[in-house]
Design a protein around this ligand. Sequence first.
Ligand code: AP5
Ligand code: MG
Length: 193
Amino acid sequence: MRIVFIGPPGAGKGTQCKRLAKLLHAAHLSTGDMLRSVDRHSDLGRRIAGYIDDGGFAPDELIMEIVTARLAEIDYNKSCLFDGFPRTLRQAEMFDEILASQNSQIDLVINLEVDRDELVSRLLDRAKVEHRLDDNLSAISTRLQIYSTVTVPLLAYYGEKGIVKTIDATASADIVFERVKACVLGHSGDRPR
Ligand code: AP5
Ligand code: MG
């Protein structure tokens, strides 16, 4: 199964993907983690910092380059979870083309919904422990704004394909995970091994 997780910053994409990857023995591809893992002292790392630290977006071309490289390493017999990718219509269209060329497709899109106050509170709490450079009020506000204007339209794009399931992700991570599992196991008959 190929599952895309969509949700605003702080919705729990990473939290839920980690749990589900373990359960399904699936690959977990997070473009945010991939961008943050690039050495900040390299030319590419400096460029990435310029794009993302204030809450802006990395260009589609850069994202597609790193995703394509990572996809080449993935075992296609395994399920794969896409966390924070695609998040522009252009990325979604290019991703569909790549998958089609491999006789593959996105099977399910899980849309995590959380209200703004809860998102801000989660991200500011995380800032105290993890010190992510984009977890401050100004960057969070930019990230939320970009999410609603650039990423939310993907829900209509995938909605037309009939593959979107929306989850209320305001509850505890455990409860949300039960909801995620119900979507995934109900959708595919895929069973944890
Ligand atoms: P990315 O790293 O993907 O950040 P994001 O989308 O802003 O989301 P987060 O990682 O902050 O939140 P999450 O939904 O994963 O929630 P999490 O589980 O961590 O991207 C970072 C940047 O990279 C982007 O802004 C952009 O610049 C760039 N980028 C990445 N992909 C891109 C792309 N495709 N195109 C262009 N640019 C791209 O949870 C958050 C916190 O809440 C944690 O502390 C967690 O413990 C807690 N929490 C989780 N679930 C719950 C719960 N149910 N109850 C209470 N607390 C919870
Ligand atoms: Mg994340």
